[in-house]
Design a protein around this ligand. Structure first.
Ligand code: MF3
Ligand code: CO
Length: 268
């Protein structure tokens, strides 16, 4: 989120892409495990433990722990929480909740980063639609991740999709380039004007991460210094993929090989 502007966007070599793919695969596999662990009565701290163990079992390290002082491995953001929810033994999932799971690892010097938002049991029609539209908005942005497109094309695609369905896009957090650092240039807002911003090239890797609110776009941060929540109390959803731009188009690096296992954003 603090990808420095002005700096060049890194184009990865074929050797670097091999390592990036491996890191991203770990993220996808762990998120698939977390998704199947979601049930009423589970605490977000239990999910954090699972996430960290899943990374380490695969030889990777959780990327968020200690990042700017972040105290956990996973971001677990429930209902009106937008992003950066800190896992806690006191946060018990209930039927009807929606939970955003944002996870990243570093493996052999390369970062992978992805997020999904998952329903807990049966959820409201509004919640169901919000998840569907946010995942669709991510898919629309991924479609724009091609050589010669511009960063503004990605944000415009997210915004068009969200607002067409009466939802709003969060302004305060953005997607980012990714590679040897979790956050590299460019910043990728979830709103924008087509045909503007830095030009995309094959070999660039982007973490594209729409955050969509059912109500207004305004967010604030809790006293814990991290948890972002909607000011109007409305629901929020977050989906993220790490995507490689290739000559042939976007390659989603954080999809699980078995799409039926509930990998992030296979639908939409
Ligand atoms: N996916 C988020 C991001 O790209 C996760 C960062 S959480 C932090 O910024 F704790 F590491 F900051
Ligand atoms: Co990210």
């Amino acid at each position: 989120m603090d990808a420095r502007s002005g700096e060049r966007i890194v184009v990865k070599s074929p050797e670097e892409i091999v390592l990036l793919r491996a890191a991203c695969r770990v993220v996808a596999e762990v998120l698939a495990e977390l998704r199947s662990a979601i049930a009423p009565g589970v605490t977000t701290l239990e999910l954090d433990r699972l996430a960290e163990a899943g990374a380490r079992r695969r030889g990777a390290e959780p990327a968020f722990k200690g990042y700017h002082g972040y105290p956990a491995s996973l971001c677990a953001s429930v209902n009106e929480e937008v992003v950066h929810g800190i896992p806690s033994a006191a946060r018990v999932l209930r039927v009807g909740d929606v939970i955003g799971l944002d996870f990243g690892v570093v493996l052999d010097g390369f970062y992978g980063d992805a997020a999904i938002t998952v329903p807990v049991g049966r959820v409201s029609e509004e919640a169901r639609r919000l998840l569907e539209v946010t995942s669709e908005a991510l898919a629309a942005a991924v479609e724009e991740a091609r050589p010669d497109r511009r960063v503004g094309d990605l944000g415009a695609a997210v915004q068009r999709c969200a607002e067409r369905h009466g939802f709003s896009v969060v302004r305060d957090f953005v997607g980012h380039g990714i590679g040897r650092r979790l956050h590299e240039p460019p910043q990728i807002p979830n709103f924008g004007t087509p045909g503007t911003g830095p030009r995309l090239r094959a070999g660039m890797a982007l973490a594209i991460e729409p955050m969509v609110n059912a109500g207004g776009f305004e967010v604030d941060t809790r006293d814990d210094g991290w948890t972002a929540y909607t000011v109007d109390g409305g629901l929020s959803a977050h989906f993220e993929h790490t995507v490689l731009i290739t000559e042939k188009g976007p390659e989603i690096l954080t999809l699980t090989p078995d799409a039926s296992s509930g990998a992030p954003g296979g639908t939409g």
